[in-house]
Write a protein that binds this ligand. Structure first.
Ligand code: SF4
Length: 351
């Protein structure tokens, strides 16, 4: 019997992720409702720049993965052998209650690959939707179309990691066979839901691909939000140098001609996380990055959906414009100081 959740399509009892087994003619999770991590983040930290700005999410993660990225930033909790020692049990109803108690607008699956604990994630998502919460995930995108359809039933957004367009890169640095399923899923999801894409840049390894990835994404959707994440060398790539900010920034700026919503993050002071008007380049949405992954909203300059500088309508840059309109109308009540304290804190909710 084969597992149909990701493109490994493992034939049981072999399982690349070690998270499923065959029981009574069915593929079953070995660790149902077992998680390793939960904490609160803001939408910008996911990153989710074009939907639900400044909303809080309960970020939930389990362990193990179907990939083995040499630069994994979550290795300790997600893939190293000791990650199993972090496991705790939380029923779906309990996860949702915690999210509500912490005033979160939604739940975001992250830290490890959601596909390897998909039935548990779907159970949480189902319960969350009953309670009116937003649901989404960050994923390596190596799942099957069948898994995509299961998630699309409940998930409001995806952030897919597109590491490269090269199969060789996927084999050497991510432990996956090919880029093709990830590219196929990006095309599939883009036409069905809110999608943002992230690429971790490893200088001298995939930085030369920045323009061709931009072209691929622009062909899928010219307004696609694309996050280029500056890798701080970790795990098995500790010996690498961090990407050169000036050099990568130059490429990112060029990419904005092809794909205007291209961002460059994960270093203090970056200006390349602001959303610009595609007509006049005025700053429409301002964000600040004060620490690794610590992006937060700092200003919203649009008048409704209009650029205040040139009057361009909407600009097509915020597909979830209802939440941006909400932000616009409630901006007077927004307090950057208390909000930044709230969103920067790595908050552990009492069980
Ligand atoms: S989810 Fe795990 S068991 Fe299923 S195909 Fe992928 S790696 Fe194999």
């Amino acid at each position: 019997m084969r597992c149909n959740f990701c493109e490994w399509r493992c034939k049981m009892p072999a399982s690349v992720c070690h998270m499923y087994e065959e029981r009574d003619g069915r593929i079953e999770e070995i660790y149902p409702n077992q998680w390793t991590t939960y904490y609160i983040t803001n939408s910008e930290g996911i990153p989710l720049f074009h939907g639900w700005p400044n909303h809080q999410f309960l970020q939930l993660g389990a362990f193990n993965c179907n990939a083995s990225c040499a630069y994994c930033i979550n290795a300790r909790v997600a893939i190293e052998p000791e990650s199993k020692t972090f496991l705790f049990h939380l029923a779906p109803e309990r996860v949702v209650r915690i999210a509500q108690k912490a005033s979160c607008s939604g739940i975001h699956f992250s830290v490890n690959e959601v596909t390897v604990n998909l039935p548990s994630a779907l159970a949480v998502a189902r319960e969350a939707k009953k309670q009116g919460l937003i649901v989404g995930c960050s994923s390596n995108g190596y799942f099957t179309k069948a898994a995509a359809d299961m998630m699309l039933e409940y998930f409001d957004f995806f952030n897919i990691s597109l590491k490269s367009l090269s199969d060789d890169y996927y084999r050497k640095h991510a432990g996956l066979k090919s880029a093709a399923p990830v590219m196929r899923n990006i095309e599939y999801l883009a036409s069905r839901t809110h999608l943002e894409v992230t690429t971790t840049v490893v200088q001298t390894v995939n930085d030369h691909e920045i323009p061709i990835i931009a072209e691929f994404l622009a062909a899928v959707d010219p307004q696609m939000p694309w996050h280029i994440f500056r890798l701080l060398p970790e795990y098995k790539m500790e010996d690498r140098q961090p990407p050169d900010i000036e050099e990568i920034s130059g490429r990112v700026k060029q990419c904005r001609d092809i794909l205007p919503n291209t961002y460059f993050s994960n270093y203090i002071g970056t200006q390349l996380i602001n959303t610009l008007c595609p007509s006049c380049a005025a700053v429409l949405v301002e964000r600040i990055c004060a620490q690794s992954c610590g992006v937060t909203l700092s200003g919203y300059n649009m008048k409704g959906s209009i650029c205040p500088n040139c009057g361009a309508e909407g600009s097509g840059c915020h597909r979830s414009c209802r939440s941006f309109l909400w932000l616009h109308h409630s901006w007077g009540k927004y307090s950057p100081s208390c909000c930044s304290q709230r969103v920067f804190a790595l908050t552990v909710v009492q069980l």
